[in-house]
Design a protein around this ligand. Structure first.
Ligand code: KG4
Ligand code: ZN
Length: 342
């Protein structure tokens, strides 16, 4: 299975055989977005156009296969940036048509879960999945990865990674800020500042039990920074970073573990760029172990956007005999998670 990913700022082409990873070629346009402090859709689309053929060539060379050896093509058709998705879909359609291969248009979020099979083997079902990146913060219930995935919670404002990036900017750290906050926080005191935990009051929980909100937290950090400056004090960046990071990870893990318990799920996959966060992993493992839940986190390069995750889900769809997509497959920027294959 050859998988193509182009929904945000990574152009990925992966090749898998069942749950074996054969190649994972990724080109990122993140450097081109740095000076804007976030992903610029038009810049991302152009970068996909430039990187697509080189990544297709690299993946085939790395895997030691040619397109003729491939049984089917899978491509992300949503959710994501429309202009970016279109580049990947056009490439996948061209290959499928020219080489007479079945085409699977797949859901990016579900692929973030399926990728774990490449590292830890067959995914137990049901499983919960917490997907945290610059673009998404979703809590999924996966009963069958090819036909039964439910969204049980999501962010109502910023994505978790977006919150890390915005707060990093407030603290004068480079973009993307997550890894910098993670590093700086190691020397800080996470109980130094009591930042708010979004959507955890009894009233909010009644309506948003498993949803997340990070915009109030970001504003609280901004107010703290302004206050310190006004007072002419030297802000302790490490303490702010550690306290902010703890507020994010506390809510993410508390709600996720509560959801696992409520739905009777004993397995949890964590994916997306923020899954690399040290405090998130530590808290998730502690709280999950306490609740008797097994946590699986794919290695860092499989957590971030890549083509192998698309191929992994495509291979699972074929294995379970799901129907392929049609060649007039559209891009769906807000594809719901209940739609696994288009
Ligand atoms: O999955 P990903 O590479 O792609 C997109 O969202 O497109 O995730 C990137 C996000 C960024 O917001 C980045 O700041 C965050 O993941 N991130 C982290 C860490 N490493 C990356 N956030 C917190 N701690 C980290 N160690
Ligand atoms: Zn993603």
């Amino acid at each position: 299975m050859l998988g193509i990913e182009a929904s945000c700022d990574e152009t990925g082409v992966g090749v898998v055989r069942g749950t074996d990873l054969l190649a994972d070629a990724v080109a990122s346009s993140v450097d081109q977005h740095v000076r804007f402090g976030g992903v610029v859709p038009e810049v991302a689309s152009r970068a996909h156009l430039e990187a697509m053929v080189p990544m297709l060539d690299k993946a085939q060379a790395d895997a030691g296969v040619s397109i003729d050896d491939v049984d089917a093509i899978a491509v992300t058709c949503g959710p994501g940036l429309t202009g970016a998705l279109l580049v990947g879909i056009a490439a996948a359609k061209a290959l499928a048509l020219a080489h007479d291969k079945p085409l699977y248009g797949i859901n990016h979020l579900v692929a973030h879960v399926a990728v774990d099979q490449l590292e830890h083997g067959p995914l137990p079902e049901p499983t919960a999945a917490l997907l945290v990146s610059g673009g998404h913060t979703s809590l999924l219930l996966v009963r069958d990865i090819t036909c039964d995935v439910q969204m049980i919670g999501e962010t109502i404002d910023d994505a978790a990674g977006e919150a890390f990036d915005k707060v990093a900017r407030l603290l004068g750290l480079p973009y993307p800020g997550g890894p910098h906050i993670d590093r700086v926080a190691a020397a800080g005191d996470r109980s130094a500042i009591a930042f708010p935990r979004g959507l955890t009051s009894p009233r909010d929980l009644a309506k948003h039990r498993y949803d997340f909100s990070f915009s109030g937290l970001k504003s609280a950090v901004a107010r703290h920074v302004e206050h310190e400056q006004r007072m002419g004090r030297d802000m302790d960046v490490a303490d702010v970073a550690a306290s902010f990071q703890d507020a994010v990870c506390d809510v993410l893990t508390a709600k996720t573990v509560a959801a696992c318990e409520a739905y009777g799920v004993e397995h949890l996959v964590i994916g997306g760029g923020v899954a690399a966060n040290g405090r998130l992993r530590q808290l998730a493992e502690q709280r999950a172990a306490h609740a008797g839940i097994e946590v699986r986190v794919p290695r860092a390069d499989l957590c971030t956007d890549n083509g192998a995750m698309v191929a992994a889900l495509g291979a699972e769809l074929v294995r379970r005999g799901r129907a392929a997509s049609s060649l007039d497959l559209p891009a769906d920027s807000s594809m719901p998670v209940t739609r696994i294959v288009a």
